[in-house]
Design a protein around this ligand. Structure first.
Ligand SMILES: NC(=O)c1ccc[n+]([C@@H]2O[C@H](COP(=O)([O-])OP(=O)(O)OC[C@H]3O[C@@H](n4cnc5c(N)ncnc54)[C@H](OP(=O)(O)O)[C@@H]3O)[C@@H](O)[C@H]2O)c1
Length: 294
């Protein structure tokens, strides 16, 4: 089986590369000239917002699956960089779907709980979306591009990804660990509720679902729904850091550019029961992460 992974240097992308099953022949693309994880000929620079570039690459590779882990993921930045956000999260999905149709590839596309307003979470796969910010609107439009396309697809919705990344930006967990290690005080919100997701488990789940007959929308996220402050305290406990440096606040005092879905969360019963995907609760996920640092 040949699989093309877009955004292979992102947090999820690098886990997909690391955890690819032996029988899968992977090819990665991202915006950099070279790849520290996928040497040639398994990597090429490709901007998926460029329709011609994306088409030529997909026609050349004719992959069985395309996993679209590339995205514009800066939630607050999206309020200002609207054009770029839309190009990556919507136009590029249309480009991939167009190319996939030519060579009968199937697509796994990654989406988010930010398509919901967070008024009445947690959400199952059939919940009605109502995004609050531009990032969420773009991600919902990306989903709709696939709903409207004739190709076979799986849309995976996930939330609050964390993990040890070889390169790329810090995520909530690695950011907090660094702050607490440096004895710096931090403020953490009490009123944002959802599942926290170890990127390795999401990647493992994606590989599992690709090997199944599942099609359509599927939630994959950590098995427990909790507030961010509780999660932050668990991080301090698991990594044996000073919990007293954490001060609770509420989201409204942060004045973030994009509104957040507060009472969010994704129901993952289908992933666990129908797809046999192993998902940890919050503490178990952190313990697994800690083992990677040893
Ligand atoms: N992180 C979360 O908490 C979270 C939560 C819910 C859903 N998701 C979704 O999960 C997926 C993976 O997220 P992630 O956190 O792994 O993202 P990430 O770390 O930001 O990685 C995205 C990757 O895509 C690349 N990329 C951006 N524009 C591209 C383009 N035009 N062509 C090719 N590659 C491009 C990025 O390169 P540059 O870094 O150079 O821009 C980056 O390497 C996304 O669909 C995201 O919306 C993430």
């Amino acid at each position: 089986m040949r699989v093309l992974i877009t955004g292979c240097h992102g947090l999820l992308g690098q886990k997909l590369v690391a955890l690819a099953p032996d029988h899968v022949d992977i090819f990665g693309i991202d915006l950099q000239e070279e790849s520290p994880i996928l040497p040639p000929p398994s990597f090429s620079k490709c901007d998926i917002t460029d329709r011609q570039q994306a088409l030529e690459l997909v026609l050349k590779l004719a992959p069985d699956w395309i996993i679209n882990a590339a995205a514009y993921t800066n939630v607050d930045g999206a309020e200002k960089e609207r054009r770029l956000c839309w190009k990556v999260n919507v136009d590029a999905v249309e480009n991939l779907a167009y190319a996939a149709r030519k060579v009968h590839s199937k697509i796994v596309h990654i989406s988010t709980d930010y398509i919901f307003d967070g008024k009445d979470g947690p959400y199952d796969e059939n919940a009605v979306p109502n995004p609050l910010g531009y990032y969420g609107r773009s991600k919902l439009a990306g989903e709709k591009a696939l709903f409207a396309s004739p190709i076979e697809y799986i849309i995976i919705r996930t939330m609050i990804l964390y993990g040890k990344n070889i390169f790329g930006n810090a995520n909530f967990v690695t950011w907090l660990i660094e702050k607490l290690k440096q004895q710096q005080p931090v403020t953490i919100v009490t009123d944002q509720i959802g599942n926290t997701t170890l990127a390795d488990e999401l990647a493992g789940g994606i590989w599992k679902v690709i090997g199944s007959d599942y099609r359509g929308v599927l939630n994959i996220a950590g098995r427990e729904i909790l507030d961010r402050l509780t999660f932050a305290r668990q991080i301090a406990q698991v990594f044996e850091l000073d919990e007293s440096l954490i001060t609770p606040i509420t989201t409204n005092v942060l004045n973030q550019a994009a509104p957040r879905p507060l009472n969010s969360g994704l129901l993952v019963d289908k992933a666990i029961n129908e797809c046999n995907i192993e998902l940890s609760n919050a503490k178990e996920g952190l313990v697994k992460l800690k083992e990677q640092f040893n």
